[in-house]
Design a protein around this ligand. Structure first.
Ligand SMILES: Nc1ncnc2c1ncn2[C@@H]1O[C@H](COP(=O)(O)OP(=O)(O)OP(=O)(O)O)[C@@H](O)[C@H]1O
Length: 226
């Protein structure tokens, strides 16, 4: 067995909100996600899951403790460096797909690639088609995003998250807005990414079935990992 390689590490993360009283919503959160792990984060509404994901995804920098991505401490880095790191290393899938309706499926998938600027437009189109194929969406590539069903849109959102070959995919309730049938389909796609591609993923979910299908579950209660 090769040694596990840490992709994401939270060390003693504390987070406070002032509304207007000071409230601590994350309390000494510690964990490591290793390469190839498919991990879910569960816990009751209000326990701090979204707050944690916001910090882990480098979008919220106002916390105490340390965050390491790819074995590098990123706490205290300037915003422009964080933006680049996010684009390069993290793929996002949210509850709502956030596709641009007036753009084609193909364009939606390649946009984060254009932003990163590592590949030419031609290469990106090729890569985008490859990602769409994983989810059997390649035949829809030239449709406008608003011509797709909810489940199809979310599959495109997952393909988009993969365009820059991220180190880790983070999801906030990626099946939360879908009916049972579509949520099952999207969940199967996540499982396929884990099994066939060894993609590292950290997914916040309310769905116990989804959590059960992941390699490991991080359970939160009142701002702590239990
Ligand atoms: N911007 C904010 N200002 C003040 N308090 C906040 C803010 N955002 C979240 N909170 C509080 O922080 C706590 C954790 O919220 P968070 O959204 O992280 O919970 P969650 O576990 O993701 O909940 P849910 O499952 O309902 O999405 C809650 O008590 C919430 O009211």
């Amino acid at each position: 067995m090769t040694n596990p390689k840490p992709v994401l590490e939270a060390r003693n993360i504390d987070k406070y909100f002032y509304n207007p009283k000071k409230v601590q919503v994350l309390k000494k959160v510690n964990f490591v996600i290793n390469r190839g792990e498919f991990v879910s984060v569960v816990g009751k509404s209000g326990c701090g899951k979204s707050t944690l994901l916001y910090i882990l995804s480098t979008m919220d920098t106002d916390y105490d403790g340390e965050l390491l991505i790819d074995e590098e401490s990123i706490s205290g880095k300037p915003q422009n460096q964080l933006a680049r790191l996010r684009n390069e290393k993290i793929g996002f899938v949210f509850q709502f797909h956030y596709l641009l309706n007036e753009f084609s499926v193909l364009e939606n998938v390649l946009i984060p690639g254009l932003k990163l600027g590592k590949y030419s437009r031609e290469e990106l189109e090729h890569r985008a088609m490859e990602k769409l194929k994983i989810f059997e969406m390649e035949d829809h590539a030239l449709k406008k995003a608003n011509q797709l069903s909810g489940g199809q849109k979310q599959r495109v959102a997952v393909a988009r998250a993969l365009i820059n070959d991220p180190l880790i995919i983070m999801g906030d309730e990626p099946t939360g807005n879908l009916d049972k049938k579509n949520s099952d389909i999207v969940f199967e796609e996540f499982k396929k990414l884990a099994k066939e591609f060894g993609q590292t993923m950290l997914i916040v979910t309310h769905d116990p079935e989804f959590a059960e299908g992941t390699d490991r579950t991080i359970e939160m209660e009142d701002g702590r990992v239990i």
